[in-house]
Write a protein that binds this ligand. Structure first.
Ligand code: ADP
Length: 396
């Protein structure tokens, strides 16, 4: 048997997985896949390392009522049947919130799990889903080695000022600070900078992770110095269905004048806002770019305007800018969005190479551009696999 690490990334409506052989952790996973549209119309997809589809649509008795516990058990059964001589020796999980306590990956035991549950209220839409597979796996095998890798950890190098909100100190002391998210993606990009940017890699870089969730990270010497998401993953950029930065007075208005309660406001800000809310059409950038409706264009323009404005504000903690890196679904695949964000930043003497941009090349700025602009595909799963292997080997 070949020893292997299984990576699980459990979100609200999907569970992604990837199986890496321990000896080839830096390479392609042996198999990867996901269960999508959980609780709506769940579908299972898996591909081997050559991109060949495996068993499309089949996952035992998967049905609409299956919760994350049941789906994790189904997934494990499937992996055991299709492991092709691989034995899972450790499982790595993406966990959104590590609070102030966890600034690095950690092996999970009951005590750690209880601490992580304590952060549920800080990320109500993500953390409980991240933790459900961990409990399901402990129920299956109490001795299984499980590792948690956090989206907040990478930002614990932020400056003190970047973490502070201008609230009375007692709130900071109880943990109301800017935690930041998408840290596993930023860690991957930070590790890939030397390969892609050469001499610029140690410089002042803003990474734009533009997916359904979207954020920016200001990186210097490969470490986070500031980020656009805050106490929760609601802050910062316009996202698929999240509003991003909002005048807190709007929340007071919704409560006092519109009589909305906390659950209603939470649903409005997380699920009905952003691209979806402004366009009234879709949370999906591709759909909006293909639409000829004025509302779709306005939502896209706002997304780009806000992304450029927030990029500009992160130049303050960096005190300058050497490179911008685009990543995640929109950042990696949309020349139009990259061009529009850069057009808003023209005053920085950015010059895009239109052909390179259209082809999603690694470097999409011209040689004469004052700022290097780059596209680097992210790979959060490989970051989790490496950290899990490290902790597994340390304990054996
Ligand atoms: P998640 O945050 O769920 O991981 P992704 O990183 O997969 O999200 O990004 C999803 C977003 O990427 C969607 O809005 C989708 O429309 C967008 N996207 C993917 N491909 C393209 C493309 N070719 N052009 C524009 N947008 C794209």
């Amino acid at each position: 048997m070949t020893e292997a690490v299984l990576v699980l990334n459990a979100g609200s409506s999907s569970i992604k997985f990837a199986l890496y052989s321990l000896a080839e952790i830096a390479g392609m996973p042996h198999v990867r896949g996901k269960i999508e549209s959980i609780r709506r119309a769940p579908v299972f997809k898996a591909v081997d390392r050559n991109g060949q589809e495996l068993d499309k649509g089949s996952l035992g008795s998967i049905d609409v009522s299956s919760d994350h516990h049941e789906l994790t058990a189904h997934l494990l059964d499937w992996v055991e049947q299709h492991d092709d001589g691989h034995e899972v020796v450790a499982i790595g999980h993406r966990v959104v919130h590590g609070g102030r306590d966890f600034s690095a990956p950690v092996q999970i035991n009951r005590e750690v799990l209880e601490k992580l549950k304590g952060f549920n209220s800080l990320a109500p839409l993500h953390q409980p889903n991240n933790l459900a597979p961990i409990e399901a796996l402990f129920a299956r095998d109490a001795n299984v080695i499980q590792v948690a890798c956090f989206d907040t950890s990478f930002h614990r190098t932020q400056t003190h000022l970047a973490e502070l909100f201008a609230l009375p100190r007692r709130f900071m002391e109880e943990g109301v600070i800017r935690y930041g998210f998408h840290g596993l993606s930023y860690e991957y990009i930070s590790g890939a900078l030397t390969k892609h940017l050469g001499d610029d890699a140690g410089g002042r870089i803003i990474v734009a992770h533009l997916g359904n969730g979207a954020s920016l990270c200001a990186i210097e010497n490969r470490k986070s110095v500031a980020t656009s998401m805050g106490f929760t993953a609601l802050d910062g950029l316009v996202m698929g269905s999240r509003c991003g930065t909002l005048d807190p007075g709007v929340v007071l208005y919704l409560m006092q004048e519109r009589g909305m309660n906390a659950d209603q406001i939470q649903h409005l800000l997380y699920n009905e806002s952003g691209l979806l809310g402004v366009s009234g059409i879709s949370n999906n950038m591709q759909v909006l770019l293909e639409s000829d409706r004025a509302e779709a264009k306005e939502a896209v323009d706002l997304f780009c305007y806000r992304a450029a404005s927030e990029i500009a504000s992160l130049i303050v903690p960096l005190q300058g800018l050497d490179a911008i890196v685009f990543t995640a679904g929109i950042g990696e695949n949309s020349p139009a969005i990259r061009a529009e964000i850069c057009r808003n930043l023209n005053w920085l003497d950015i010059a895009l190479d239109d052909r390179a941009n259209a082809a999603n090349k690694t470097i999409i700025s011209t040689d004469s551009s004052a700022i290097t602009v780059s596209v680097i595909p992210t790979d959060e799963e490989s970051v989790i696999a490496k950290a899990t292997r490290k902790l597994f080997l340390a304990g054996n």
